[in-house]
Design a protein around this ligand. Sequence first.
Ligand SMILES: *Cc1c(COP(=O)(O)O)cnc(C)c1O
Length: 347
Amino acid sequence: MAQAVLTIDLDAVTANWRALAALGHAEAGAVVKADAYGLGADRVARALARAGARRFFVAEAAEGARLREALGPEPEILVFTGHMAGDAEALAAARLVPMLNSPEQVRRHLDALPGHPFGVQLDTGMNRLGMEDTDWRALAPGLLASGPRVLMSHLACADEPDHPMNAAQLRTFRRMTGGTGVPRSFAATGGILLGPEYHFEVTRPGVGLYGGAPFAEARPVVRLSLPVVQVRDVAPGETAGYGNAWTATRPSRVATLSSGYADGLFRSMSGRASVFAGDTACPLVGRVSMDLMAADVTDLDEVPEALDILGAHQGVDALATAAGTIGYEVLTALGARYARRYNEAAA
Ligand SMILES: *Cc1c(COP(=O)(O)O)cnc(C)c1O
């Protein structure tokens, strides 16, 4: 088949969710923003709901509205960007919970949707999203009286366990939320791994569900197989691909594979990543182009119909390192052209 195949192991996603939940006593939510990090929010969220997840986090109201259709009426869906101008209709229709992050959003929410549930996002030092301490102090009495669903904040350096920012943000979060009696949420994947004092009542794992660092014990979730379009012999001194970027130094076999940077396999992977035939690594040669790339398959006895660029031997983080980026970016860039297959024994 001509199409590359992305296989998504939903059983691994739910196993990763359970494993992260088991690291403490908090309720584990699930972050499924950006189409569940590129893996398909509908399928991923339904699998997690079956496994017991009750709170889902997305970035935008529009994502939340689509997710509501996939999940049905029960689970709570919380929106990180809060209540933006123009969101009221979607928030009301899909019964989404905006995480209000400024006095302006509080005003907008109470004007447009009085009585509609909300949460509050607090800034504890990251300076990205969330209410500043002084604004929170002024607004807290009124907001707490209407019973926010959750108070949350986000860690800037949770993937660096020894970074002093973690403890500093934890102290600030405790000071801003202590004694409120409202469920609190502080830890994403990295924060969960910092230890139970970071968990509070609700955690927000994202990348760890999808098999990415910093959750080193995660079960791999994705496999990506690229079909071989053509195989040719290349003599020493001959070149392959744009810019003659690779020159054969021995009598070589080169396979042309379907998929390229238009499919989220970055040009910066050129000459730095491999594809795999079973256990055998075949280095990429020449430049990754828009729809195609090439691999040196000289050492294979037999060239299979497809070679894996993501799988047991090269996970999202290894491929990301080869491309000079992080696993999050490799996942969320996975292209629309792939045939997506979902493995789910439990369904
Ligand atoms: C993306 C995000 C998460 C999930 O983070 P991971 O590192 O993927 O676990 C949690 N909380 C907020 C506010 C986020 O933006």
